[in-house]
Ligand binder design. Sequence first.
Ligand code: HSE
Length: 280
Amino acid sequence: MRGRASAPGSSGNLGPGFDTLALALELRCVVEAEPAEATVVVHDDGEEWCPGDDEIVARAVAAVGPPMRLWIRSEIPRRRGLGSSSAVAVATVAAALRARSAPVDPEEVFRVVAELEGHGDNAAASVFGGLQAACVGTARRLELHPELIPIVAIPDFELATGEAREALPAEVRHAAAARSVARAVFLVEGLRHADAGALRCARGDELHERPRSGLSPLTTRLVEVALEAGALHAAWSGAGPSALALVREGAAAEVAAAMGRVLGPAGEVRRLAVAAEGLT
Ligand code: HSE
């Protein structure tokens, strides 16, 4: 029997919500699975690829049972900070369970994928949709003002999350931690009400955006120009190199154009819908 599941990509962190906040975006990954002798991914041309044990799809299958043959269709650009690995892991876990007629408990899928990834922000958004906060083994949906529109600038180069995590310092100073807590609190309040004043207080992340800036100065520049052009909030999307802007309709065209001018032909700017629905 074949099991099928779909999960959205996401933008993690949203600035000060490092490893905690994520917004699900309407770019989906669909996975079909059926029991097999060994875990393989079947490409469009019928060729089969055996993922290594450390690949996210192999780990997702192994986390919930025996090997599977997988068909994966994803609209989510890989290694751009748009939650592609979480989405494929979430959809793979659910499809593999369905292929064995096993029940799919979204809370359990979230816990499995958060554990596989080592952080739960993207997993929460991919499983539950909308704006999510993730803590150890627990996720909660947060309110996002309905007039906030995501615009994403996606550079055409890749940045692996593992590499971006290595750029983070092992320790942060107490004062920086305190400023980060304040930014995160103001961000959540600002996103709920589309409150420009609160969102202004949420800018300037020191926990991950500043330490990562050397990996992709372009991302830092995209965030700056989005804010200058009228975005209410802008941040690195996950570990980068994409940047996310949240805008009201009136500023959408100008923000997209400003990000597009910085990106030039080396990438694309997309206006996306929030994925209200996560795992289906
Ligand atoms: N919170 C993760 C990180 C997101 O910043 O490393 C990865 O997409």
